[in-house]
Every structure is written in structure tokens, then in C-alpha cells.
Design a protein around this ligand. Structure first.
Ligand code: GLN
Length: 534
């Protein structure tokens, strides 16, 4: 079978959930036994989101091969239950970088280098590269942004050309659009969708399928109208209604036979879908028997997207523990005194301090660690969260007054967290942290070892600082257990305390490897301990 290419575009407004829709289609096709990969295009000029502020972009997702990627890659991995690589995320920065480098090497043989065909050729080459590299049957490419954006145009043009290159039966265009319900008129409005499809057609793309985001089911009249004006068969006007649990979306698409429509459009022979495991997960997610409340304490709490993988990892672990996840968001920059701290945290079952950069909110995090340690509240610190755990322990248990990370105070008398040696010479900020999969060896007779049930794990990283080797002895003597270490034994990967229900810090990011069908063991145990504290 030839490789099939599906393109997912978005219309009307952003934030319609294109990443989840793309992931859902990927999962559905995979359930037919097809080999599928998903690719995200981000039309911004940054080479990757690694240097962007979370307020600009949300979370930076890290792949096993150490690429700093768009958060949609996280959805892709969670729905496909597979790990992807740097080639699954394309940005304009990367495309131009490579075209300009080729031009400097003289590879364009005297030609004028232009958006069409040189930039579009480079884009198409990257679309094909993911298919060859993974030897897949289907590549689903999600084009970020909204149709009509200036910066998205070369990608839409490349997607248009892909049909010329690969033929009708090997390409499919799916457009996700908004169908708003106007309360005053008590009706759905299809005009924005008509406009956005018209915009696509102007570039030469006639969508084959429309996914209509709406807050309730469309009537058959509305469907007819959209079909007529957008030149799409009625059965290809699919409802993408709002749901409580994103993992239900594939099932909602399946119910409307979107998968069959796609197989048909791509001329893939009839097969049976196997969604049993997924259905079971969704069922469990929707009817848990208890509630677990976790406080997530960070400085970007107004933007939930900044903690996407953490929210998902917590929810996978909650489902596995038969619990509904309730989250309490604590802005660590706004913890004024102990009374405020007590008020915020007294009723929660567990406390999580996620990763982060920069000084703002750090003192609040350190106080939260102290509270969790003294009050025996289950606590999970991730990356910066682990570093705060070490700072707190150094200050309040080891008596190292003013202990800190040199990231926040380079004159501290006790630099218990310091730059990794290899980071000292780093000048460029982009893509230079300690990134991606690194092995972590687990010490016997520790909680970490018990949680993972093995002595070696691979987890994903994104940091420049580490526990300063000079203080390991002093910290250990006072009872901090370094239960996970890098393969050469030099770098502290996990810190924990005994005589506490759950007090764990990880230098890596366990949230990136959590999947609905296989929650990360650290998150699983964190939730389990939090429930036991009830
Ligand atoms: N800022 C810290 C470091 O670079 C923590 C990074 C993180 O939490 N991802 O080590």
C-alpha cells in the first residue's frame, strides 16, 4: 500500500482542539492495525519552543531523543501510546534554517531560492521523512494556526501540492472548524465555517471532511446547510462536540463513522477496529468511585496549558486508582504567610511542585515543600520541584542558612543546586539543556525502586542545574535519600524521605512518559498515597 497523507487544518479561531482531534484520528486508524504517525507543523520562526515563555506557548514537551516540542506532541504520544521524535514537529525556523544552509553550501546551483518551490519542497521532504523513518501506512500532519494566517500559507501550499504528487486516493484533507451557537437567535451559525472553507478553496484545497466543533449536536438541517455551502457530503460533516474527558473524542468520532469515511477516502480495504481497551479506560475515567484533590503549585497557574502533561499524568494515575482528579491551583508567587499556606493546603490530599525556570515564585515553593514535609502530606517535586525540595531540606534540616540554587542566588553560602559541569561553557540558549532520555539507576530498598519494580529506568529530562555533588554527603547524613542516580552515579535523579507517606523529588519529568493505558509509576504511587491519606 502507498503511504497515505492526511492533513488537518483549522478554521475560524484557534484553540479548537486540533491536537486532540488529530490524535483521535491517529488512535482510530491505529485501532484498525494500521501503522500511523502524527506530525505537527508550527508556523512560527523559532526553531523550537524551547526558548519561549510558557505564557506564549504553553508547555514545552520533550521527546525521548531530546527535542523540545509543541505540547501537541504530548497528546500524540498519549493517544498513540508510542514515542515520537524530533522529526514529528516542524517549525518555520527549522525549514528556513535548512534551506538557507543549503543555499550557502551552493546546493541550489545558481537558482533564485523562493518560497515556491524551495521552501515548499523542504516542507514536503519533511512530511515524507517521517513516513520513511517510521515506515508507516499513514502520516497525519496537523498544520498549526488558522487558515488565513500569513505564516501558515507555505504549509497549506505544500499540503496542496502533496495531492498532485501522491494522488487523490493517497491524500485527505480534514478541516476543523467552529460552529457557534448564538443564544439570542437560538441557532447554530454556519457562516464562519463557510468563510473558512472558502479561504481554503482559494488556495486550492477542497476539504474532504469537516469536523465541526460545537457545544451540542448539530441538527440534520444544519448539517445539510454546511454540506451544501462547503461542498462536502453530508456524512462527512462530523460533530466534534464538547466533552468532559478528551479521551472520549475518538469514540465520538467512531460513533459517527469518521474512521470508515477516512479508510474509504484513502482506499484502504475494510478491516475491524479494536477499541476495547480504550473504551474501558474512558468508562473508568467517567465513573470513578472516589475523589482525590491535588494542589499544583507553580507560577504559571493561570495558563493551564503550561502544565498540560502534568494534568494528564495526574488524571491517568487517578483513573488507575479509581478516583476523580480535582486540582487546586496555587500561585507560588502569592503565598503571603503561613496562614495563607495553611488555608490553601490543609484540605488537599497531595501536593505537586512542577518544573520551572527563574527566581519568581521559588521561595513560595520552598515553603510549600516545608509544609508537605512537616505535615506528612504526600509530595511530588518535579525538576525545579525536586531542586526546591533539596533547598528546603538543606535550610531547615541541615541548618544551612540561605542554602539556594545558583540559578537564583549565585552568592549563596550553600549552593546546594548548581549548574551541571557541562553547562558551564554553554553560550547558546536553544536546545542546549540536558535533554531527553537518560538512564536512571535505582538504589535497592528505596521507595523509588519499589515504585518502578526494577533497577533501571529511562525518563526524560530538561534542566541545566543539578544537586551539587559537594553537598550530597551532608544531605544524606541528615536523612535525604538519593534513590535514583545517573548511569555514572554522579548525578542525583531522585530524592526521597522515609518516615513520610510519600515525599519524592525527581530531576526528570515523569509526566512526559505517562499514558492513559500505562500511567507513569511515580504518578501512580503519588495518587495512591494521596488517597491513603484521605
Ligand atoms: N531551572 C531548573 C534547571 O534548569 C529546573 C528546570 C526544570 O524544572 N525543567 O535545572
Amino acid at each position: 500500500m502507498d503511504t497515505k497523507y492526511i492533513f488537518v487544518t483549522g478554521g475560524v479561531v484557534s484553540s479548537l482542539g486540533k491536537g486532540v482531534a488529530t490524535s483521535s484520528i491517529g488512535l482510530l486508524l491505529k485501532s484498525y492495525g494500521l501503522k500511523v504517525t502524527l506530525q505537527k507543523i508550527d508556523p512560527y520562526i523559532n526553531v523550537d519552543p524551547g526558548t519561549m515563555n510558557p505564557y506564549q506557548h504553553g508547555e514545552v514537551f520533550v521527546t525521548k531523543d531530546g527535542a523540545e516540542c509543541d505540547l501537541d506532541l504530548g497528546h500524540y504520544e498519549r493517544f498513540l501510546n508510542e514515542s515520537l521524535t524530533r522529526n514529528n514537529n516542524i517549525t518555520t525556523g527549522q525549514v528556513y534554517y535548512s534551506v538557507i544552509s543549503k543555499e550557502r553550501r551552493g546546493e541550489y546551483l545558481g537558482k533564485t531560492v523562493q518560497v515556491v518551490p524551495h521552501i515548499t519542497d523542504e516542507i514536503k521532504a519533511r512530511m515524507r521523512k517521517v513516513s520513511e523513518e517510521n515506515n508507516v501506512d499513514v502520516v497525519i500532519t496537523e498544520i498549526g494556526g488558522t487558515v488565513g494566517d500569513i505564516e501558515g500559507q507555505p504549509y497549506l501550499e505544500a499540503a496542496r501540492q502533496m495531492r498532485l504528487d501522491h494522488g487523490d486516493e493517497n491524500t485527505l484533507y480534514i478541516h476543523l472548524t467552529l460552529v457557534p451557537f448564538i443564544k439570542a437567535a437560538r441557532e447554530f451559525k454556519t457562516k464562519p465555517t463557510q468563510h473558512s472553507v472558502r479561504e481554503l478553496r482559494a488556495i486550492g484545497i477542497q476539504p474532504d471532511i469537516l469536523l465541526c466543533r460545537s457545544d451540542s449536536w448539530l441538527t440534520s438541517d444544519e448539517r445539510k446547510k454546511i454540506s451544501l455551502f462547503c461542498n462536502v457530503p453530508q456524512k462527512a460533516v462530523i460533530d466534534a462536540i464538547d466533552v468532559e474527558c478528551i479521551y472520549e473524542i475518538p469514540l465520538i468520532f467512531h460513533q459517527q463513522e469518521l474512521d470508515e469515511l477516512i479508510l474509504d477516502g484513502l482506499n484502504i480495504e475494510e478491516r475491524e477496529a479494536d477499541l476495547a481497551e480504550w473504551e474501558l479506560f474512558v468508562q473508568r475515567a467517567k465513573s470513578p468511585s472516589r475523589v482525590v484533590e491535588i494542589a499544583v503549585c507553580g507560577k504559571y497557574v493561570e495558563l493551564r496549558d503550561a502544565y498540560k502533561s502534568i494534568i494528564e499524568a495526574l488524571s491517568h494515575a487517578a483513573v488507575a486508582n479509581d478516583a476523580r482528579l480535582k486540582m487546586k491551583w496555587i500561585d507560588t508567587d502569592r503565598i503571603e504567610d503561613d496562614v495563607a499556606l495553611e488555608n490553601a493546603l490543609a484540605m488537599v490530599n497531595g501536593i505537586l511542585v512542577p518544573g520551572g525556570f527563574g527566581m519568581r515564585g521559588v521561595e513560595g515553593k520552598v515553603r510549600i515543600v516545608k509544609y508537605a514535609r512537616e505535615r506528612q502530606k504526600p509530595f511530588l517535586g518535579i525538576c525545579l520541584g525536586m531542586q526546591c525540595l533539596v533547598i528546603e531540606f538543606a535550610r531547615n534540616v541541615c541548618g544551612m542558612k540561605g542554602a539556594n540554587s545558583t540559578e537564583f542566588d549565585d552568592g549563596t553560602a550553600y549552593p546546594v543546586i548548581d549548574l551541571l559541569p557541562e553547562q558551564k561553557k554553554v553560550k547558546n540558549m536553544g536546545g542546549t539543556m540536558r535533554l531527553g532520555d537518560w538512564e536512571c539507576l535505582l538504589e535497592s530498598k528505596t521507595l523509588a525502586r519499589k515504585i518502578y519494580g526494577k533497577d533501571k529506568v529511562l525518563e526524560r529530562h530538561r534542566h541545566r542545574y543539578e544537586v551539587n555533588p559537594k553537598y550530597i554527603k551532608a544531605l544524606s547524613e541528615k536523612g535525604l535519600i538519593f534513590s535514583g542516580k545517573s548511569a555514572n552515579g554522579k548525578l542525583m535523579e531522585i530524592a526521597e524521605l522515609n518516615k513520610h507517606p510519600f515525599f519524592v523529588g525527581t530531576q526528570f519529568h515523569p509526566e512526559f512518559t505517562s499514558r492513559p493505558l500505562s500511567p507513569n509509576p511515580i504518578f501512580y504511587q503519588f495518587i495512591k498515597s494521596s488517597l491513603e491519606k484521605l
